[in-house]
Ligand binder design. Structure first.
Ligand code: AP5
Length: 191
């Protein structure tokens, strides 16, 4: 089993690159944002709880997200490996993920961190908000709240994996295919 984390602030291209990486490497894509939006669409109790946080651009509580990812890992136990997108997003989530994967005997191989400047992130998300229908893309105030939440709570996750020498920084600005090639070079070196 080969497990990767694709890391970076909102709008850095995690979802875009994940779609391409799972096709190339046959990994199971686990995006907590997608899982939460699916719970909201189905109007489950979990979705109803998550929605108020997401609409404000805040993180959903750790226990909700950790329980959800734990079930997703169990439900895909035959997978060749996982590509985690948007998870972990707090040091507590990182510790929980490490424990879940330790149990499977397959720790995180690397955290690939997409580096994109703040102005470019805002530009991308405002543009996507014109058509995406995502409540958290609808105005710049919420987008800025998501970025603030990232700096306050999520950036520290990189420190957690730096201790284990697992963080690889990748330039996340430029052509999508060039960024994809940079990611693939790093993955190939570790597979
Ligand atoms: P989530 O769905 O994870 O959203 P996010 O992290 O805010 O990320 P985005 O999907 O907005 O951006 P991305 O990095 O995937 O970039 P994308 O490829 O889409 O989370 C949403 C919410 O759910 C959170 O705010 C939180 O409330 C909750 N949540 C989720 N996970 C959680 C967790 N673990 N714990 C607690 N709460 C959690 O690209 C963005 C745009 O840029 C697109 O339009 C794309 O076409 C464009 N683009 C991509 N690459 C390029 C490029 N190279 N050049 C130009 N444009 C590009």
């Amino acid at each position: 089993m080969f497990n990767l984390i694709l890391f970076g602030p909102p709008g850095s291209g995690k979802g875009t690159q994940s779609e391409k990486l799972i096709l190339k490497y046959g990994l199971k894509h686990l995006s907590t944002g997608d899982l939460l939006r699916s719970e909201i669409a189905q109007q489950t109790p979990l979705g109803l709880e998550a929605r108020s946080f997401m609409d404000r651009g805040e993180l959903v509580p750790d226990e909700v997200v950790i329980g959800m990812i734990s079930s997703a890992i169990d439900n895909n136990s035959q997978s060749k490996g996982f590509l985690f997108d948007g998870f972990p997003r707090t040091p507590a989530q990182a510790e929980a993920l490490d424990k879940l994967l330790e149990f499977k005997g397959a720790p995180v191989a690397a955290m690939l961190s997409l580096e994109v400047g703040e102005d470019e992130l805002i530009k991308r998300l405002v543009k996507r908000g014109e058509t995406s229908g995502r409540s958290d893309d609808t105005n710049e105030e919420i987008i800025r709240a998501r970025l603030a939440e990232y700096h306050k709570k999520t950036a520290a996750v990189a420190d957690h994996y730096k201790v284990f020498n697992k963080v690889v920084n990748i330039k996340g600005e430029g052509h999508i295919d060039e960024i994809f090639n940079s990611l693939c070079s790093e993955i190939d070196a570790r597979m």
